[in-house]
Ligand binder design. Structure first.
Ligand code: FES
Length: 71
């Protein structure tokens, strides 16, 4: 789903960037989200926030189980 119509940025793009550790400013610089009309900012920040948190939780699960040492 396109979140930022002005720059044609999808929710998947925002989610992927957040999960890779990008800050919201990074996403704005790289993809232009919320840099033109600004109407997408609330939705974009919500997606970024949710995906950033899930990424942190995933990291904690790996850290506590030692899964990062496997393989
Ligand atoms: S919809 Fe994202 S800046 Fe306009």
């Amino acid at each position: 789903m396109i979140v930022c119509v002005c720059h044609r940025v999808s929710d998947k793009t925002i989610a992927r960037s957040a999960q890779q550790g990008a800050g919201f400013d990074d996403i704005q610089l790289e993809h232009g989200v919320a840099t033109q009309c600004g109407k997408c900012e609330g939705a974009a920040r919500q997606i970024w926030s949710e995906c950033r948190l899930s990424g942190r939780l995933a990291h904690l699960v790996h850290s506590t189980t030692g899964a990062h040492n496997a393989a």
